[in-house]
Design a protein around this ligand. Structure first.
Ligand code: FEO
Length: 403
C-alpha cells in the first residue's frame, strides 16, 4: 500500500501493524496503525515517526513522493516508542535541519536516546512555524498521553495532527472515517479512550475548551493511530466531550471470576435483581474477557459489581489484575458492590470492597459472601443485592448521592 494523499501536498505515510495483539496491556485484536504525515512545502516536513521496526515501511512510502533525504523538518509530537522508536535512525538517514518538539519532548527524547546533538527546535503552545505556503501552530498537550505530547495544527488546511488523542488501535487499509463502518469505528475509539485517556479526562476537557478559546475548528483530525476524521468530526468531538465528562448510561457490569461456579451463580442472581429494577447489565467473566474490553464497558456503565471467591486468603488473580488496571484508569461517578463465595477464611469480598472504595465507587453495603455453594436463600440475597445496586444507580442518575 502506497502513501495516501489527504489534501493537496499532504500525505499519510505511516505504517500498518496488522499483527500486534497487546499494546501495553490493551488487547488489539485488529492490530494498529502508526500514522505519520508528510507535508510537501518549501520546507518538507514529516510529522511523527513510527515504531522502530516499521521504519522501512515509512521510508518506502515517503520515497514514492520525494527522496526522504530532502526532508527539512522532523516534528516529534510524542516520544512514546510507538512513534519515536524510528526517530534515531530517521535523524541519521534524513539529516533534518530541525527536530521540532515540545520542551518536555526535547528532555524526553534525550532521556530515551541520549542524543543532545540533534538539531532541536523547541516549540511551546501557540508558537507558529512557517513551512512556506503553510504555517503550523503547536499546542502542548501534556499527559495526552505523556508529559512531552503536543499537537500540530496546519492553519491554512485546518488539519489537526492530534498525536494519540482521537485515535483508535485498528489496522485498516482505509484511511478515512467515511470509508469504514461507523459503529465499529466508534467502538474502537471508545476502547482507545477508556484504556489510554480516561484517567486524563480533566485534561481532555481543558483541551476542548482551549480549542474553543483559540478558535481552532479543524476540517480534519489526523491522529497517530487509526483513521483520519474528515466527515464525522462532530461525532468524535461530541463523544470526547461525553467520555471526558464520564457520562454513564443506565447500565451495570457484574465482573467476576469463579472457581467452582458458586460465584458465577451469585453473579447471575445479582443480574436478575438489577434487571428487575430496570437496569441493564452484562456479566463479564474474567476467564473469557480481556481487561481492556471490560474497561470499554466500564466507560459508560453506572454500576460495577465485582466478585471473586477467596483463594489463598485473597482474591482470584484475574480480579486483582482487573482492579489494578481499573484503578489506574480512574473511572468515576459509579456505584457498586462486592460479592463472592468462600470456604473458610473468606477475605476476597472485604479486599475487593476496600479496593473499590479507594476508587471512590459508592459502595452498596459491605459485600455479600456465601459459604461454599449458594442456597436458595443465598441466591435471594444476591437478587436483593442486585436490586439495591440498581436503586443506587437510579438515584445517581437522578442526581442523588450514591448509597
Ligand atoms: Fe501512541 Fe502514547 O503513544
Amino acid at each position: 500500500m502506497g502513501p495516501v494523499q489527504i489534501k493537496e501536498d499532504i500525505y499519510w505515510v505511516g505504517a500498518l501493524d496488522w499483527d500486534i495483539r497487546d499494546f501495553h496491556g490493551y488487547s488489539t485484536p485488529k492490530g494498529t496503525t502508526y500514522n505519520a504525515y508528510l507535508v510537501m512545502d518549501e520546507k518538507i516536513t514529516l510529522f511523527d515517526g513510527v515504531k522502530k521496526h516499521f521504519k522501512d515501511d515509512l521510508l518506502k512510502r515517503i520515497s514514492k513522493i520525494v527522496d526522504p533525504r530532502r526532508i527539512d523538518y522532523l516534528v516529534v509530537n510524542h516520544v512514546e516508542p510507538d512513534h519515536s522508536g524510528s526517530i534515531p535512525e530517521l535523524v541519521e538517514l534524513l539529516g533534518p535541519e530541525k527536530v521540532i518538539c515540545s520542551p518536555m519532548g526535547k528532555k524526553t527524547l534525550i532521556d530515551h536516546y541520549q542524543r543532545e546533538d540533534w538539531p532541536f527546535h523547541v516549540v511551546e503552545t501557540g508558537q507558529e512555524l512557517k513551512l512556506g505556503k503553510r504555517t503550523v501552530t503547536f499546542f502542548e498537550t501534556r499527559m495526552l498521553h505523556w508529559p512531552d505530547s503536543m499537537m500540530s495544527y496546519l492553519n491554512e488546511d485546518r488539519i489537526l495532527i492530534s498525536s494519540d488523542a482521537f485515535g483508535e488501535h485498528w489496522a485498516t487499509s482505509q484511511r478515512f472515517d467515511d470509508e469504514v463502518d461507523s459503529a465499529e469505528l466508534f467502538y474502537h475509539a471508545s476502547k482507545y479512550y477508556a484504556n489510554i485517556l480516561l484517567l486524563y479526562s480533566p485534561l481532555v476537557q481543558k483541551l476542548m475548551a482551549k480549542f474553543a478559546e483559540l478558535g481552532i475548528s479543524p476540517a480534519m483530525i489526523a491522529p497517530d493511530h487509526g483513521v483520519i476524521w474528515r466527515k464525522d468530526l462532530g461525532g468524535i468531538l461530541s463523544a470526547y466531550g461525553k467520555w471526558s465528562r464520564q457520562e454513564s448510561s443506565r447500565k451495570a457490569l457484574v465482573i467476576y471470576d469463579t472457581m467452582w461456579e458458586a460465584t458465577a451463580r451469585m453473579a447471575e442472581a445479582i443480574g436478575e435483581g438489577l434487571k428487575e429494577e430496570g437496569v441493564d447489565f452484562r456479566l463479564l467473566n474474567l476467564k473469557y474477557i480481556h481487561r481492556s474490553d471490560v474497561m470499554t464497558d466500564v466507560l459508560d456503565s453506572r454500576a460495577i459489581v465485582m466478585g471473586s471467591p477467596t483463594l489463598n486468603n485473597g482474591m482470584m488473580p484475574a480480579v486483582a489484575d482487573m482492579l489494578t488496571y481499573m484503578k489506574g484508569l480512574k473511572p468515576h461517578g459509579k456505584v457498586g458492590a462486592a460479592f463472592g463465595s468462600y470456604g473458610w477464611s473468606g477475605e476476597a469480598v472485604k479486599l475487593i470492597s476496600e479496593w473499590m472504595r479507594e476508587m471512590n465507587i459508592g459502595m452498596v453495603g459491605d459485600g455479600l459472601r456465601v459459604k461454599y455453594t449458594p442456597t436458595k436463600q443465598d441466591l435471594d440475597k444476591c437478587v436483593e443485592l442486585g436490586r439495591q445496586v440498581a436503586r443506587a444507580a437510579l438515584a445517581l442518575e437522578a442526581g442523588k448521592a450514591p448509597a
